[in-house]
Design a binder for this molecule. Structure first.
Ligand SMILES: [Zn+2]
Length: 654
């Protein structure tokens, strides 16, 4: 069973026919059929064309587009078109435009021009979603609803009076009384004691650092406010078409939105991923985000947008060299995607994205871009049997947004060099290089199925989250500066690691952030030398807690750097090299040996080997099988051309 009623792996992209004369549409659908496109996303930015005047809909053109698609066997991921409110709505109700932290109301002329909390915007968006569902709910091309677009890309927060009212209501629901708010926010500090909710405002620009508890709740509120907006549209769609799945396209690992909560609210996870072709390690970072997408609902997901070649929004937009579009697409499938879609179908002639690559480039079908489009379509057809396949991982990385938001609060932390994405990547990169599958899991999740659980950082840790870690039966590794504060960003009694104190068998007496460029040498119990970078801690281990490494020299000379109690390893520093720690905890976890730059990913009964290097690579296959891309049997060694791939159906595996 695929993500939608469309069988096999989905292939397609954003289709914006409203930017083209109708004569072009016939060619579009003919080329889509030629390339093997199975689904396109329609009407994402089309509100002003669907409702040119208030309440007066013009569905005729979209009727014709959907009819053409259906005639050619192409399904529609139909957008609710609410990512871009039309000019008439903004001029009639200027208050729908968002206000920035300095108090400036933003102007029309881009996209996401809406206040997430505006009741006027919400009413109009829900009305349009209902109209779309009523008009197209029974359309045979309709396969998927696409609500909004890339929430929080431009508009994550709004500081207008309406947003302030919404924030106060959110706080009142959370804390009940203003006394509860004062206690949670620690308003006795700096004389911020409130006597009524009406005195509370969003964290606009202030003379100095803003209360970090207020900021944390603001982050939570902003994610929730947009989620409410999404949910309102979703409910309108479900009321009319309860059987059509609903998604919204995520933006990889985005700081602003708690995707654990968002994924629960949608039927399938879809993601937009734009690894930088100029960054030779970008395939590793994007693999982490793909594993997150697969983990969000523990189900296959959809790569909703990616770039066939260059994007248009970096300072320098490198194209994808030959082979990379295909390789990156296969990589998404390897990590659980049941389809690969692109922004966009036909390259625009105008607007901010006119230089963003597309499946049909400006130069038409006599281009390498179009040849890549055809080739990928053929390859995805060959991989149809991969759809629905699940990944089973032995290792989990624990991470959640509450802790991330708390960790990266500005101007109040021991060091602003602890960045959660960097910490995640520092663990993910060596696991990825060893060909070890990784799931991500939210704090508090049941982790009983994993042989190794790694918590790169859990600055904010509740008692319940600590209990979930204590229940881990495999190896547990906890990174530094964890268990520091509770859910209100207040330091746990007795200091770090707070509720993890007994589990880890160690107390943190003092944080010891290291200045940029300075390392603190350490020595492992086995004798090997190492170093900490960026962060260290003054640790006091309990009796019976083993010391796996000690600092050597410097201010922390002789103090424990890495400890172990039972199955729990604690890092009182950021080791420059995690190999000794990983070697110890990964003993017995199956790995796939591949050369550097080659990715090995198991999905169901298939093994993906992806050569991200520009050299030929020889790989000893861990299993014999049939390469679906070339339809040949392989055993022993496989030779991968530069930027080429093998997708092996493992012999004998069921
Ligand atoms: Zn607002």
């Amino acid at each position: 069973m695929g993500l939608t009623r469309v069988p096999g792996l989905l292939y397609g992209g954003d289709y914006n026919p409203e930017q083209w004369p109708e004569e072009v549409w016939a060619e579009d659908v003919r080329l889509m059929a030629e390339a093997g496109v199975t689904m396109v996303t329609v009407a994402v930015f089309a509100w002003s064309r669907l409702e040119p005047e208030p309440g007066a809909y013009d569905f005729g053109w979209l009727d014709r587009v959907l009819g053409l698609l259906h005639e050619h066997g192409i399904a529609a991921d139909l957008a609710t078109a609410t990512a871009t409110p039309p000019p008439w709505l903004v001029r009639r109700h200027p208050e729908v435009m968002p206000v920035d932290a300095a108090g400036t109301r933003l102007e029309f002329g881009s996209r996401q021009g809406y206040c997430p909390s505006s009741p006027v915007f919400r009413e109009h968006a829900v009305r349009l979603a209902t109209a779309m569902a009523t008009r197209y709910g029974d359309h045979p091309a309709l396969a998927l609803w696409h609500v909004g677009n890339e929430y929080a890309d431009h508009t994550l927060e709004c500081f207008c009076p309406e947003s302030a009212r919404h924030f106060r209501a959110w706080l009142q629901a959370r804390y009940g009384t203003v006394g509860g708010l004062n206690a949670a926010w620690g308003t006795s500090c700096w004389g911020q004691h409130y006597t009524g909710f009406d005195q509370v405002e969003p964290p606009r620009r202030a003379p100095g650092p803003v209360n970090p508890a207020q900021l944390l709740d603001w982050r939570r509120f902003c994610s929730d406010a947009l989620l409410e907006l999404f949910t309102a549209e979703r409910d309108a769609l479900r009321a009319v078409t309860p059987d059509v799945p609903v998604t919204t396209n995520f933006m990889s690992i985005l700081h602003g939105l708690d995707y654990w909560a968002w994924a629960e609210a949608e039927d399938l996870v879809s993601d937009d991923a734009y690894p930088d072709p100029a960054d030779p390690s970008s395939h590793m970072a994007v693999a982490l985000s793909y594993d997150l997408m697969r983990s969000l609902k523990r189900r296959p997901w959809l790569l909703m947008e990616s770039a066939p070649s260059a994007v248009s929004w970096r300072e320098v937009n490198a194209p994808k060299p030959p082979g990379v579009m295909r390789l990156h697409s296969l990589q998404a499938v390897a990590h659980g995607a049941d389809g690969v879609m692109f922004f966009q179908w036909r390259q625009a002639r105008y607007g901010p994205e006119k230089f963003h690559s597309a499946l049909v480039p400006h130069g038409g079908t006599a281009t390498r871009g179009w040849r890549d489009t055809l080739r990928l379509g053929a390859d995805l057809r060959r991989l149809a049997e991969v759809a629905g396949g699940h990944t089973s991982a032995d290792v989990a990385l624990v991470f959640g947004w509450d802790s991330w938001w708390g960790l990266e609060a500005p101007e109040s932390m021991p060091s602003d060099r602890l960045r959660l994405k960097d910490l995640l990547l520092s663990w993910y990169a060596p696991l990825h290089a060893r060909g070890i599958a990784v799931d991500l899991a939210p704090p508090g999740a049941d982790l009983s199925g994993y042989r190794v659980v790694i918590v790169p950082n859990l600055y904010l840790c509740t008692a319940e989250q600590a209990e979930a870690l204590a229940a881990v039966t495999g190896e547990l590794v906890v990174g530094p500066f964890s268990g520091v504060v509770d859910e209100a960003d207040q330091v746990h009694d007795g200091g770090a690691p707070g509720p993890l104190r007994d589990l880890l068998g160690v107390a943190v007496e003092e944080f010891w952030p290291l200045p940029d460029g300075l390392t603190q040498p350490l020595r492992h119990a086995g004798g090997g030398a190492g170093a900490a970078r960026t962060w260290a801690e003054w640790l006091r281990p309990d009796q019976g807690t083993a010391v796996l490494a000690r600092f050597e020299g410097g201010d922390l000379d002789g103090l424990p750097a890495i400890t172990r109690k039972g199955n729990a390893t604690y890092l009182g520093c950021l080791p420059a090299d995690l190999t000794p720690v990983l070697d110890r905890v990964l003993a017995g976890v199956p790995a796939i040996a591949v050369p550097a730059g080659v990715e090995a990913v198991r999905r169901g009964r298939h093994l993906f080997l992806l050569n991200h290097t520009t050299d030929e690579q020889r790989i000893t296959l861990p299993y014999p099988g049939r390469d679906l891309l070339t339809d040949t049997d392989l055993r022993g060694d496989a030779v991968l051309a530069p930027r080429d791939a093998v997708v092996l159906r493992i012999e004998g595996d069921t």
